[in-house]
Design a protein around this ligand. Structure first.
Ligand code: NAP
Ligand code: MG
Length: 401
């Protein structure tokens, strides 16, 4: 069989622990036998990030801007324990946060739904896609612990040198903590545009929620920018597509989500998106069934699984044990990147391969062959529970290429 050719490379970002292990298997068993794979490889494994003083992460993000399509393996975001474990010279920042900042992108997370796994919320009939604003707020904040007697103010120096001081708190009765955070009109606007664009292309309603009753200026600005862009640029398109834009308060949104049928896109501020995307993942079955794509306003796409490096399984793996790591979302990340590469290059053979890779994975699970994490929640009868590597072989056996 002749392998499928690629005109342009995909930016490949390798990662850590158990996901680094399945990464290699996916390439070796599911992609390289069929595709003459062209990637520009960046090793974002924690050791190489430490070795390169994290330069490699920035280079990978820059390459994504250049080639427009990337696929990323889960990576360790170091904390004190990780620093000790790997002897790191520094607590390097989250690679995802670095990449998001470079690309000024919006993250869309969507659950992979399969027959036999029903969402925990019985009213949900369709997947809910969550769009997380990927810039600013507490993720790019300055914070400090302050002693008793301190006074905290916001100091804003205007371009003409004049200053505005806004009192935050007088710590006369004991110390505490303070934080200063920001966002920019430009980033909020590109977030809004990414969401409206994606809603039109997916023909799904768009919900946006913030807390503008409490945060009248900060969250109020988000609400206003969304509303202006909707009215000026998307209202007519939404009406033509028969979809709706809907703004509500974040607490109301959460309540409505729980009683909805699903099938819409939920645009969320950075922190809300971080938290509620994990809730949605759990409620749809498993973190291992959640896909994630970072979309930049200039059309670069970075695909990944939403879950982390599955640390506990990695230590089992190192002891020579077979683990139940579910590779579904990582396979979907590769399929998504290959399909987007194909779309940008007009490569129909590659596009068909990406569809089949994804379909074979779903077929495998729907035929009752799956890893333990989803076997325990599947309603199918006669389930064959398999280990991580066996699952990948089972998918390969079902690929019609
Ligand atoms: P995690 O790796 O997602 O794992 C959390 C738990 O979810 C696992 O212990 C496992 O549950 C289950 N799980 C997640 N993925 C699974 C899979 N593919 N197959 C089967 N079960 C799966 O999150 P974490 O333990 O909080 O973080 C571990 C490391 O990943 C950290 O160093 C963190 O910084 C990093 N991380 C990276 C990313 C990213 O790169 N995008 C995202 C999140 C976390 P059970 O143990 O109950 O089986
Ligand atoms: Mg999270």
């Amino acid at each position: 069989m002749e392998k499928i050719k690629m005109d342009n490379p995909i930016v490949e970002m390798d990662g850590d622990e158990m996901t680094r292990v399945i990464w290699r298997w996916i390439k070796e068993y599911l992609i390289e036998p069929y595709v003459d794979l062209r990637t520009e490889y960046y090793d974002l494994g924690i050791r190489n990030r430490d070795l390169t003083c994290d330069e490699v992460t920035v280079q990978a993000a820059e390459a994504t801007k250049k080639y427009q399509v990337a696929v990323k393996c889960a990576t360790i975001t170091p904390n004190a324990a990780r620093q000790k474990e790997y002897g790191l010279s520094k607590l390097w920042p989250s690679p995802n946060a670095t990449i998001r900042a470079v690309l000024d992108g919006t993250v869309f997370r969507q659950p992979i739904t399969v027959r036999g796994i029903s969402p925990l919320v019985s009213t949900w009939k369709k997947p809910i896609t969550i769009a997380r604003h990927a810039y600013g707020d507490i993720y790019k904040s300055a914070e400090d612990a302050v002693p008793a007697g301190a006074k905290a103010e916001l100091l804003i120096t205007l371009a003409d040198g004049t200053a505005r001081r806004i009192p935050v708190h007088d710590f006369k009765n004991g110390g505490g903590v303070v934080m200063g955070m920001h966002n920019t009109d430009a980033s909020i606007a590109s977030f809004a545009r990414a969401c409206f664009e994606y809603a039109v292309s997916e023909k799904k309603d768009l919900w946006f929620a913030a807390k503008d009753t409490i945060s009248k200026t900060y969250d109020g600005r988000f609400k206003q920018i969304f509303e202006n862009i909707y009215q000026q640029e998307y209202k007519a398109e939404f009406e033509r597509a028969g979809i709706k834009y809907f703004y509500t308060l974040i607490d109301d949104a959460v309540a409505r989500v729980m009683t909805s049928e699903g099938g819409f896109i939920w645009a969320a501020k950075n922190y809300d998106g971080d938290v509620f995307s994990d809730m949605l993942a759990a409620a749809y079955g498993s973190l291992a069934m959640m896909t994630s794509v970072l979309v930049s306003p200039d059309g670069a796409y970075e695909y990944e699984a939403a879950h982390g490096t599955v640390q506990s399984f990695y230590y089992e793996h190192l002891k020579g044990k077979k683990t139940a790591t579910n590779s579904t979302a990582t396979i979907f990340a590769w399929a998504g990147a290959l399909r987007k590469r194909a779309e940008k290059d007009g490569n129909s053979a590659l596009s068909a391969f990406a569809d089949e890779l994804q379909a074979a994975t779903v077929r495998t699970i729907e035929q009752g062959v799956m890893t333990g994490d989803i076997a325990s929640i599947s309603t199918l009868e006669n389930i064959k529970t398999v280990h991580a590597e066996e699952f990948i072989h089972e998918v390969r056996a079902r690929m019609n290429v």
